[in-house]
Write a protein that binds this ligand. Structure first.
Ligand code: HH2
Length: 270
């Protein structure tokens, strides 16, 4: 996205006790609502609400608990007349259904529709938006020894196949984002290869990229999760350069300022 256009900013709202960078901070509905309003004030375009941590090694959360964490927050946002789009970050159809009923309009599935066979048909029926992310393995074990012959080609092919499955389940292609899944079953070298080849993804369709505060930034800088802002901004700058449609971030205000300025400094395409 060059010449004045910037990626959309999806602000992360984790209603979890154990997310890797902000776990436990916004667990009660009131704190979650407050944080959501802060993200909106900082300039988020979309709120991405999640009730299950998918960090490496995270324990699975049962469906009722995930609904209990997320649906009331979405309802509270709608009651507070928040009108911007809300995405639900879940792999489970029942959680997605409760969130859509509460007022969400996008489903962000880190399993790319592979975890729960009912999820894609639900998104199709409801006419919702859909993020299909690539992950090798499962959160509990995915970082043990990820292996690819050619990570970029395999991830692009997988996402195109998943998008085909979503379309077959009734999801309109215009409502689908693909996401290479930075840090999900990937070594540092794999993550860097995906960054180097982001244009292969943006050529395939609208891309959402989640790199904010992730551990590959720790590997590059030696910094812990709360101190990875500059690295996260560098990743957002690379996303803009590659024409990514949306970035999923924790630090909305800083990301917005970076993207607003950098997009104005970038010459329009000839
Ligand atoms: N990353 C995380 C969670 N959801 N969704 C998409 N589409 N892309 C991502 O890269 C992505 C995602 C992990 O980050 P976070 O939500 O901060 O942590 P946790 O999974 O521990 O809640």
């Amino acid at each position: 996205m060059t010449g004045g256009q910037r990626p959309q900013i999806w602000g992360v709202l984790n209603v979890t006790p154990d997310s890797f960078s902000d776990g436990g901070r916004f667990l009660g509905p009131e704190q979650a609502l407050e944080q959501a309003l802060r993200l909106i004030q900082e300039g988020a375009d979309v709120l991405d609400v999640g009730g299950e941590s998918t960090r490496p090694g995270a324990a699975a959360v049962d469906e009722a608990e995930e609904i209990r964490r997320t649906a009331p927050v979405i309802e509270a946002l709608r009651r507070a007349r928040v009108s911007l789009p809300i995405s639900i970050d879940t792999r489970k159809a029942a959680v997605a259904r409760a969130a859509l009923d509460a007022g969400a309009s996008i489903v962000n599935d880190v399993s790319g529709g592979t975890h729960d066979p009912s999820l894609l048909p639900l998104v199709g029926q409801r006419g919702a938006g859909l993020v299909l992310m690539h992950m090798q393995g499962h959160p509990a074990t995915m970082q043990r020894a990820p292996v690819y012959a050619d990570v970029v080609t395999e991830v692009v092919a997988h996402l195109e196949a998943r998008r085909g499955a979503a379309e077959a389940a009734g999801v309109s292609r215009a409502r689908i984002w693909i996401d290479p899944g930075i840090g999900f079953g990937k070594s540092l070298e794999h993550n860097l290869a995906l960054f180097h080849a982001l244009e292969r993804f943006t050529a395939a369709g609208p891309v959402l990229l989640g790199a904010s505060r992730k551990s590959f930034l720790g590997a590059l800088t030696g910094r812990g999760a709360p101190e990875r802002l500059l690295g996260s901004l560098a990743a957002a700058a690379r996303a803009l350069q590659a024409g990514v449609a949306a970035v999923r971030v924790h630090d909305v205000a800083a990301t917005r300022e970076l993207l607003e300025v950098l997009s104005r400094l970038t010459p329009p395409p000839r």
